[in-house]
Design a protein around this ligand. Structure first.
Ligand SMILES: [Zn+2]
Length: 335
C-alpha cells in the first residue's frame, strides 16, 4: 500500500534528491529538529541500533523504540518514488523482489488477484474478530484502492485516503471508489468510522503518536484500528524484512508498537504476523518448500516480517469520577 504523508513536504527541506538525505543522516546533525522517540520525547537518550545502507537507526533508552537518526521528513519523497513502481524492471530486479507488494502496482494486482484477496480476506476476518460489524471503514494509505475494492465488492461501506494522487485517480476512474487525496493529518471524515486500517503507513509518519491520536478521533468509541507495519523482533530481523531507508523513520516491534498505541489512547486486542514478499514468490513460480515453511512458521510462531495489530480506543475515565482506580474497583466491581 502507498502510505499517507507526513505534514512537512520533503521538497521544502532538501530539494528534489531524496538521496541527499544520506549525507545529511550521516553527518548532518543539528540542522533542525531531529527525529526523537515519539513516546518518550526528545529529552530521552538513545543509543545506536543499526547502520543500514549509510543510514543510522537509534534505539530509545526509555522504551526501546527504534527510529532513524534524521532531521528530514521523507514521506513526500516516498510517494514520488511509488510512481516508479509499475515497471517491469522492478519485478525482475533482485533488489526489488520484496518490494513488489510494497508498491502494490495494478499489473501485479491483476495478475495475482487471488493471492491479494486471500490476504485481504484474512485481514477482514481479523477485523471482524476484533469487533468490526460492517460499518464505515477507512483505509488510510489506500494506494490503488485494492483493499477498498475488495470490501466494496462484499457490500461494505469502505473508503480510502492517500497522498498519491495518481493512484487515487486510477482507482476512482476504474472502479468508482470513494477515495480522497489527503494526508491523514489533514483529513476529517464526514462521519465517525467503525474501522480504520493503516497498512504500511505508520513507519513513514514523522509523529506516529500524534497521527494515531488523530485517528482515534475518527473512530466511534467501540471502533477497531488495524495497524500493519514491518516487524523487527527486538534485536532480530525476520527474513525479507524491508528496512526501507530512508522512508521508514520507525522500526517497530510488537512491544514498541504497543507502547506507541497505548500512548495514543489505544488498547491492543490481538496481534499476528505475516510475510511480505509473497507476490514475489508467485512471480518466481510459486513459494518454494522453504518459503512455505517460513510462511507457516510466521503464522504459528508470530515471527513474520509483517506485524498486524488490532486495537480499540481505551475507555476514558468518566470526568465525574475522582476516586482512585482501586477505590472504583472496590465500589462497582469493574476494572
Ligand atoms: Zn522511547
Amino acid at each position: 500500500m502507498v502510505a499517507a504523508a507526513g505534514s512537512r513536504p520533503f521538497e521544502q527541506q532538501s530539494g528534489d534528491n531524496p538521496f541527499a538525505l544520506r549525507a545529511m543522516a550521516e553527518g548532518g546533525k543539528d540542522q533542525g529538529a531531529t527525529l526523537a522517540c515519539c513516546v518518550c520525547g526528545p529529552r530521552m537518550t538513545s543509543r545506536p541500533y543499526r547502520r543500514i545502507d549509510g543510514f543510522v537507526y537509534r534505539r530509545c533508552k526509555g522504551c526501546g523504540l527504534v527510529f532513524l537518526a534524521t532531521d528530514q521528513n521523507v514521506a513526500a519523497a516516498f510517494y514520488r518514488d511509488t510512481t516508479k513502481g509499475d515497471s517491469p524492471r522492478l519485478a525482475q530486479d533482485k533488489a526489488g523482489r520484496h518490494s513488489i507488494e510494497y508498491w502494490s502496482v495494478p499489473r501485479m494486482f491483476m495478475k495475482h488477484r487471488q493471492v491479494f484477496e486471500r490476504f485481504f480476506a484474512d485481514r477482514l476476518d481479523r477485523l471482524c474478530q476484533a469487533g468490526y460489524s460492517g460499518g464505515p471503514l477507512l483505509d488510510i494509505g489506500c494506494g490503488y484502492g485494492f483493499f477498498v475494492k475488495f470490501l466494496v465488492d462484499r457490500g461494505l461501506p469502505a473508503a480510502g485516503i492517500d497522498t498519491a494522487a495518481e493512484q487515487v485517480a486510477w482507482a476512482r476512474e476504474r472502479w468508482g471508489l470513494d477515495l480522497a487525496v489527503s494526508a491523514v493529518e489533514d483529513f476529517v471524515p464526514a462521519a465517525k468510522q467503525e474501522a480504520i486500517v493503516m497498512a504500511d503507513v505508520l513507519e513513514h509518519v514523522w509523529d506516529p503518536v500524534a497521527v494515531l491520536r488523530q485517528v482515534r478521533q475518527m473512530l466511534v468509541p467501540e471502533g477497531v484500528l488495524a495497524v500493519q507495519v514491518p516487524n523487527v523482533l527486538r534485536g532480530l530481523v525476520p527474513p525479507g524484512h524491508s528496512w526501507g531507508v530512508p522512508h521508514h523513520l520507525w522500526q517497530f516491534s510488537r512491544r514498541t508498537l504497543g507502547r506507541v498505541l497505548a500512548e495514543a489512547g489505544f488498547r491492543v486486542e490481538s496481534w499476528s504476523t505475516g510475510v511480505l514478499g509473497v507476490i514475489g514468490m508467485y512471480e518466481r513460480g510459486g513459494p518454494s518448500r522453504r518459503e512455505r515453511l517460513y510462511m507457516w512458521l510466521a503464522r504459528r510462531l508470530k515471527i513474520g516480517n509483517r506485524l498486524l495489530v488490532l486495537c480499540r480506543p481505551k475507555k476514558t475515565v468518566p470526568a465525574t469520577s475522582a476516586l482512585p482506580r482501586r477505590g472504583r474497583k472496590a465500589r462497582d466491581g469493574t476494572d
